[in-house]
Write a protein that binds this ligand. Structure first.
Ligand SMILES: [Zn+2]
Length: 212
């Protein structure tokens, strides 16, 4: 026999103070202790996560197509996009920095978007991927979150390089704003996703009754 779940018992944790509350028939209600709104699952989690993910895909285009910075070296410089900037860094003999920029600016955001799409499609289609593996994927997406800030580290590094006199100045371009938007959108997408939806499908009566 399967162990009883809190959801099966009609209990819902409060997102603000973590008190377990008895929810109404729709799995909604208010926390008896702090009055916060409670819901058995994040409302419209899949739809919201899709919305943030699609927005992130759109932001990915200007983040890569628009110049992200202008590095002035020996008195002349031209605006660089992420990819041309990586090439410039390589030419300047800064291969490790180029690798960090490539990981933080291309691999991680793209990986997050692809991972989110896999999670969403698998939850919607009840795919054969084991819940445990989906859970690991979600955990990885969460772990990647703070690493998006690696680019801030790179900017700090560039400032240090300027101070050391290898290059004269670094200016941020419009692509930087688009990239910051992209990072925020992927973080919002990961936060909107309710990982419990992964496990609802493993329950005999879970998920579909309020699969929102
Ligand atoms: Zn509460």
């Amino acid at each position: 026999m399967r162990p009883m779940t809190a959801k099966g018992a009609g209990l819902v944790p409060c997102p603000a103070c973590h008190k377990l509350n008895r929810a109404d028939a729709n799995g909604q209600g208010r926390c008896g202790r702090c009055g916060a709104h409670i819901a058995g699952r994040k409302p419209a989690s899949v739809q919201r996560t899709w919305a943030w993910t699609v927005a992130a895909m759109i932001a990915f285009i200007p983040a890569n197509a628009l110049p992200i910075m202008t590095v002035v070296r020996f008195g002349h410089g031209h605006p660089d996009t992420i990819l041309s900037g990586i090439r410039t860094l390589m030419q300047m003999g800064m291969a490790p920095v180029a690798m960090i920029v490539f990981m933080a600016s291309v691999v991680i955001p793209l990986g997050k978007i692809v991972g989110l799409v896999i999670l969403l499609v698998s939850v919607q289609r009840h795919s054969a991927i084991r819940p445990r593996h989906k859970g690991m994927l979600y955990h990885m997406l969460h772990l990647l979150g703070p690493w998006s800030m690696l680019d801030i580290f790179v900017v700090a590094l560039m400032v240090a390089v300027v101070r050391l006199g290898f290059i004269t100045s670094v200016e941020a371009g419009p692509g930087a704003a688009a990239f910051a938007t992209l990072v925020i959108l992927t973080l919002m997408a990961t936060e909107s996703f309710d990982p419990r939806l992964i496990w609802d499908q493993a329950e005999p009566h879970g998920g579909d009754d309020d699969g929102r």
